[in-house]
Design a protein around this ligand. Structure first.
Ligand code: PBG
Length: 341
C-alpha cells in the first residue's frame, strides 16, 4: 500500500520540492542561472553604395542600407542600447574581380561606412567582416585558382590588406570569417606592425559549411558562382568546417588562441550549442556565437505566419545560446531585443 495520504496533504517524506524555487516571479528571478543583456549583443547590418534603403527579400525585417541610412540606423539602435554593430557590404558587380582587390580599397564602401557610423554615433563599436566573398567574382571567401582550388596563402595576403584598411578607417574589431589557415596570426602581425595593436580580432574560429547561411548569400548576392572556363567549387567545404566535427573546433581554437585572437566565435549558433559549450570549457577568451540568417528567417517567417510567439521564441533561442556558454551573440534580432528587455 502507498504511504501517500491525500487527507494529510501529501507525502511527508517529500523534503525536496524544486517547485518552491519556481513559486513566484521574485523567487524565480533570484534563482535564474543565465541572463540575457543587450550589452552582450552585436547587430549585423547590410549596406550598399546606392542612395536608397531597400528591404531584403530573403530576410524580412532586414534592410540593405545606404551610407546615410546605415549611419542613422546605427545611431537609432545605439540609443536603444545596441552599441556594437558588424557591417556587411553588397558590392557592385562591376567592382568584383577574381582576386577581390576592392576588399582593401581605402575609399571603398566599408572604410566610408566606418567613418559615417563613427560620425553619427562615436561610441558605437564597429566590427568589420574580413573575407573576400562580397568582392569575389567567383563568390568565394578566397581566391580561386585556374584549377578550381581556393588558395590559402595568397588569400591571406589580401585579407591582411583588407583588415588593415578597416583598421585605418577606424574599425574597433576586425572579424575574419574566411576560414583560411593562419589568417589570424598574419592579420595580427600586420596590424601591430602598422600601429594598430589596439585593434581587436574576433575570429570566426569554428565556422561550419552550413546551409543556414542561404538567406545571407541572397542578401549580398555572394553565393559561389559558375564559370564556363574554370571549375569553381560549388560550396565552401574545403575551408569551412564539416558540421559533423567537434574535435576539429578545438584544434581551430588552439590555433586561433596561439595566433592572438581576442574573441573566438562559433557559427551558426542554434544547431551548434555543443560546440559553443566545448569552446567555453576550453578557453579563457570570450566566446561569441552567430545566430545566422537561416536561424533568423526560420523564427521570423513562422512568427509572421502567426505560428510562433516571436518575442518568446527569440528570447528563448538567445537564452539557450547564452546557456550553452556564449558570452557574446551576433543576432539580427538585437534592436528588437533591446526594445523588449
Ligand atoms: C562570409 C560570411 C557569411 C556569413 C557571414 N560572413 C556567409 C558565408 O560564409 O557564406 C553568414 C551570415 C549569416 O548567414 O547570417 N564570409
Amino acid at each position: 500500500m502507498s504511504t501517500f495520504d491525500l487527507a494529510a496533504g501529501g507525502d511527508p517524506d517529500l523534503i525536496s520540492r524544486p517547485r518552491r524555487n519556481r513559486r513566484t516571479s521574485a523567487i524565480r528571478s533570484m534563482c535564474r542561472e543565465t541572463k540575457l543583456e543587450v550589452s552582450q549583443l552585436i547587430y549585423p547590418m547590410f549596406l550598399h553604395a546606392d542612395a536608397d534603403d531597400v528591404p531584403i527579400a530573403s530576410m524580412p525585417g532586414q534592410t540593405r542600407w545606404s551610407l546615410d541610412g546605415l549611419a542613422s540606423e546605427a545611431k537609432r539602435v545605439y540609443d536603444l542600447g545596441v552599441d556594437k554593430v558588424v557591417i556587411f557590404p553588397k558590392v557592385d558587380e562591376s567592382l568584383k574581380t577574381r582576386t577581390g582587390d576592392e576588399a582593401f580599397n581605402p575609399d571603398g564602401l566599408i572604410p566610408e561606412a566606418i567613418k559615417r557610423i563613427k560620425n553619427a554615433s562615436p561610441d558605437t563599436c564597429v566590427v568589420t567582416d574580413v573575407a573576400l566573398d562580397p568582392y569575389s567574382s567567383d563568390g568565394h571567401d578566397g581566391i580561386v585558382s585556374d584549377e578550381g582550388e581556393v588558395l590559402n596563402d595568397e588569400t591571406v595576403a589580401v585579407l591582411c590588406e583588407q583588415a588593415l584598411s578597416h583598421a585605418r578607417a577606424g574599425a574597433d574589431i576586425v572579424a575574419p570569417s574566411d576560414m583560411m589557415d593562419g589568417r589570424v596570426g598574419s592579420i595580427r602581425a600586420v596590424l601591430d606592425q602598422e600601429g594598430f595593436s589596439h585593434t581587436s580580432i574576433m575570429s570566426y574560429t569554428a565556422k561550419y559549411a552550413s546551409a543556414f547561411y542561404g538567406p545571407f548569400r541572397g542578401a549580398l548576392d555572394s553565393a559561389p558562382k559558375e564559370s564556363s572556363d574554370r571549375p569553381i567549387p560549388k560550396d565552401k567545404s574545403t575551408y569551412q568546417m564539416d558540421p559533423a566535427n567537434v574535435r576539429e573546433a578545438l584544434r581551430e581554437l588552439e590555433l586561433d588562441e596561439g595566433e592572438g585572437a581576442d574573441i573566438v566565435m562559433v557559427k551558426p549558433a542554434g544547431a551548434y550549442l555543443d560546440i559553443i559549450r566545448a569552446l567555453r570549457d576550453e578557453t579563457n577568451l570570450p566566446v561569441a556565437a552567430y545566430q545566422v540568417s537561416g536561424e533568423y528567417l526560420m523564427i521570423k517567417s513562422a512568427a509572421e505566419a502567426g505560428w510562433l510567439d516571436e518575442k518568446a521564441v527569440v528570447l528563448e533561442s538567445l537564452l539557450g545560446i547564452r546557456r550553452a556558454g556564449a558570452d557574446i551573440i551576433l543576432t539580427y534580432f538585437a534592436p528588437q531585443v533591446a526594445e523588449w528587455l
